[in-house]
Design a protein around this ligand. Structure first.
Ligand SMILES: Nc1nc2c(ncn2[C@@H]2O[C@H](COP(=O)(O)OP(=O)(O)OP(=O)(O)O)[C@@H](O)[C@H]2O)c(=O)[nH]1
Ligand SMILES: [Mg+2]
Length: 251
């Protein structure tokens, strides 16, 4: 008998959740139903949501072995949830780890596109700002703020990545293991930028594939004006914390 047998890749999709009871069942169902022929499982990282998201996830987990749940007893922010989530995901020994939001803004239908690109990248970002990508239809003022913030971050990090704040990303296990998740300083959503900064310092090969981002229809945002300020402060701290990025270090 001839012909190669390809082992299936093991993929863990890590989803931090806080009050996503209107979304989580359908979202996990869609991910597990993707026709990608890989060994895909989901890890829900819930901060004991008052709306019972964690309980729903545990119910799914007892009926479906491909659903894993990490319940953190107290709300400690998107940052800490993501870091604990990555550690728990690595403990499952996957080939690839995907992170995505639990509110359907990151549509599961783009997961195959992320995975396809992993053949030659350490990280693939689901990007709103490459050809074919699309951001949500926010008002002009919010668009202007995010445009300026994005360009500030790109210059500060010396990176050519277009969608620096996308939390829809796929990592190889190797690159995630090299990140050293124990010395992270973010507790909020700036964790997404902190990880990008650390990847850039490491010289990781980062690719982008287009995604169409849609606004949440169920549940509430956890963002506030304070989050923006906190994120800015964090962005200014990364260089001192982790050193220069390769492009920044060039004379
Ligand atoms: N475990 C955990 N998850 C969180 C926490 N805060 C936010 N999340 C989750 O992180 C993801 C992103 O949060 P969102 O509120 O959607 O924030 P966003 O996507 O930046 O903003 P909008 O979608 O515009 O409202 C969602 O899946 C949230 O449920 C937290 O404190 N703990
Ligand atoms: Mg969201």
């Amino acid at each position: 008998m001839s012909g190669k047998i390809h082992a299936r890749n093991k993929i863990v999709v890590m989803i931090p959740t806080y009050n996503e009871s209107g979304n989580i069942r359908a979202l996990v169902g869609e991910i597990l139903a993707l026709p990608i022929g890989e060994d895909i499982s989901v890890l829900v990282v819930d901060d004991n949501s008052p709306d019972g998201t964690g309980v729903l996830a545990q119910e799914m987990s007892s009926a479906e072995p491909r659903v894993h749940v990490l319940i953190r007893p107290k709300r400690r922010g998107r940052g800490a949830a993501g870091i604990d989530g990555f550690k728990a995901a690595l403990a499952l020994h996957p080939d690839y780890i995907i992170e995505m939001d639990g509110d359907f803004s990151h549509q599961p239908r783009f997961i195959p596109d992320l995975l396809k690109e992993m053949e030659h990248c350490d990280v693939v970002i689901g990007s709103r700002f490459v050809p074919g990508g699309k951001d949500s239809d926010r008002n002009l003022a919010r668009k202007a703020i995010t445009f300026m913030a994005r360009n500030f971050v790109r210059r500060r990090f010396h990176t050519s990545v277009r969608d620096v704040s996308s939390g829809y990303r796929c990592f190889t296990r190797e690159i995630l293991e090299r990140l050293d998740l124990d010395d992270m300083i973010s507790f909020g959503p700036s964790v997404v930028l902190e990880i990008l900064y650390k990847l850039t310092v490491l010289g990781a090969k980062i690719c982008e594939v287009p995604i169409i981002f849609i606004d949440r229809t169920k549940g509430k945002t956890k963002l506030s004006g304070l989050t923006l300020v906190e994120t800015l402060i964090m962005v200014l701290r990364f260089k001192r914390q982790y050193g220069k990025t390769p492009a920044d270090a060039k004379p």
